[in-house]
Design a protein around this ligand. Structure first.
Ligand code: GLN
Ligand code: ZN
Length: 536
């Protein structure tokens, strides 16, 4: 049996249908059109069975049984019952185990729960479909389908899901919403004047060590042994300490440390309307790591600011710039379970508008530099290259909508990691962030070649050390990487930073590493001043 999934067999259809196999499995969730394509080939003359992936194995929504049945009936009509199998679209690895474990109605209400199916429920759906497919009497079939139809209908109409004002706002997005007022060269000059940062500005990517004590605080808040007021005070004192410490070692653009965040997507999901959370919906992420992705079930709306309070507080503690810190629309989408009743691009635009409102609120609150993280942008690429542009176009547009509501003087940063950038570099440039920080240290800055070859126009902070390891990088090592970066990036555009957030590290190693990063930067500034006369 050959099993294909997550996309059309596409160019390989001709090969797939003549393979000397007993059965071919196709994913009819991601590529419904391929059933007709296959049934028009010589496949129908063979003895090979066709396994129809009609139950979505990659998401958590209930199956539209009538729709699935129409695929099954079409296949049975042409191939005969004996050659048709019914299956989930792909492995159930990506689906949480059992919806019956979601017992707390204050977390997941009955109305929303009825629209869902986890792995166990999906297997039940497969077996239900088999039973339904054998019912010959149309009346009997109609009444057997009725309950499922009711649920599917309620999802189409529910005011919990559908909010006219959100849809309207997405419909009214104009071209100028995804464009800053001026081009980067003009913005850069204005920002240089307004921000007055030194050559090779130093910063970090956002999070500081999430120590056991901080995680305990959140656990205590959840179980009620710590009041929200006490929790807030404790987080504030963490911010205070980190601000003092960043000032002491001389970092130019500070961060508040993201101590209040459990996770960079969950934190936003918890505050956005249109999201729900499961209690036990764990899925494997990679290796032995598991995540509990938040679930987007309805139109996304931001009812109140999500981060402003913390950024404003942190900014009040220092005369340096405090970077506002947000997760971008594509990453929020990519790391959640998403709706299957509208295109991903539509959901992305809704999130983009919510983040845009947060960005403009941060600006209003006096935050001059705002980072919108998009580490997952590359992960969302479709399997077939022919589909890349379509995805990248809306993904980049979503980012730009989130970033473009601010004045020229406000500096927008983005951050990306886990990525090869070569094949999407023009789209990264198209995001038009004033500054991008990227993971490059593990490749000894080789990843930067893509940016250099492309003549990447905006400012870049190539990570100068690998945060995934507890090893503290030496000053010389960082200097060496910075020199390599400087060989391909104009001095004016080069930032200095670690290659990702520091939440998984311990304070001891973080302090040493960042101190070394500062020493290396100061040496580089001195060297450049002496050799080129550029004032650092
Ligand atoms: N701002 C986030 C952090 O510092 C970015 C994390 C990421 O890139 N995955 O943790
Ligand atoms: Zn990162």
């Amino acid at each position: 049996m050959v099993t294909t999934y997550f996309d059309c067999t596409g160019d390989n259809l001709g090969l797939a249908v003549v393979l000397p196999i007993d059965a071919l499995h196709i994913d009819l969730v991601r590529c419904p059109s391929q059933l007709n394509d296959i049934l028009q080939t010589s496949f129908i003359l063979s003895k090979t069975c066709l396994s129809l992936g009609v139950v979505d194995g990659r998401n958590i929504w209930i199956n539209d049984l009538e729709k699935s049945l129409s695929f099954i009936q079409k296949a049975v009509d042409i191939l005969g019952e004996d050659r048709v199998m019914i299956a989930p679209s792909c492995s159930l690895l990506h689906s949480p185990c059992d919806l019956d474990n979601e017992k707390d109605e204050t977390v997941l209400t009955a109305e929303i729960k009825q629209w869902m199916a986890f792995a166990k429920q999906k297997i039940e759906e497969v077996s239900t479909l088999k039973k339904l497919a054998s019912i010959k009497d149309p009346k009997e079939l109609a009444s057997a389908l009725n309950p499922n139809k009711g649920v599917i209908e309620s999802r189409k109409k529910s005011s919990l899901i559908h909010k006219p004002q959100v849809k309207e706002r997405v419909k009214n997005i104009t071209d100028s919403d995804s464009r800053r007022a001026n081009t980067f060269d003009i913005r850069q000059k204005k920002q240089e004047k307004a921000l007055n940062l030194p050559l090779f500005p130093t910063t970090t990517i956002g999070s500081f060590p999430q120590t056991d004590e901080i995680r305990q605080l959140r656990a205590k808040l959840k179980n009620g042994t710590l009041s929200p007021e006490e929790y807030e005070e404790k987080v504030k004192s963490e911010i205070d300490r980190s601000v003092v410490w960043q000032e002491e070692i001389g970092i130019d653009v500070l961060v508040h440390g993201e101590f209040e965040r459990n996770d960079m997507v969950e934190y936003f999901g918890e505050q956005l309307d249109g999201y729900v959370f499961s209690q036990n919906g764990w899925v494997q992420s990679y290796g032995s790591r598991c995540v509990k992705p938040p679930i987007i079930y309805g139109d996304i709306e931001r009812s109140k600011p999500m981060t402003v309070k913390w950024s404003q507080y942190a900014q009040s503690k220092t005369n340096h710039y405090m970077k506002g810190m947000l997760t971008g629309p594509v990453t929020i989408l990519q790391w959640s379970f998403v709706r299957d009743d509208q295109p991903r691009s539509e959901t992305a635009m809704q999130i983009a508008l919510a983040i845009r409102d947060e960005v403009t609120d941060l600006e209003k609150a006096g935050i001059k530099i705002i980072q919108i993280d998009e580490p997952a942008i590359r992960e969302g690429l479709p399997l077939h290259k022919a589909d890349w542009d379509k995805y990248l176009n809306w993904a980049v547009k979503a980012f730009r909508i989130s970033a473009s509501g601010v004045n020229d003087e406000t500096q927008i940063h983005t951050h990306m990691c886990y990525s090869e950038f070569n094949d999407i570099i023009s789209h990264i440039a198209d995001m038009d962030a004033d500054v991008i920080t990227i993971e490059t240290s593990r490749s000894q800055m080789e990843l930067l070649d893509a940016f250099a070859d492309f003549n990447y126009p905006n400012e870049i902070g190539p990570g100068v050390y690998d945060i995934h390891s507890p090893r503290v990088p030496g000053v010389q090592e960082i200097e060496h990487l910075l020199e390599k970066a400087l060989a391909v990036i104009p001095a004016r555009n080069l930032w200095v930073n670690p290659d990702c957030g520091l939440k998984t590290r311990k304070w001891a190693e973080t302090e040493l590493a960042l101190k070394n990063m500062m020493i290396a930067t100061k040496k580089l500034r001195q060297r450049v001043k002496e050799t080129s006369g550029i004032e650092a």
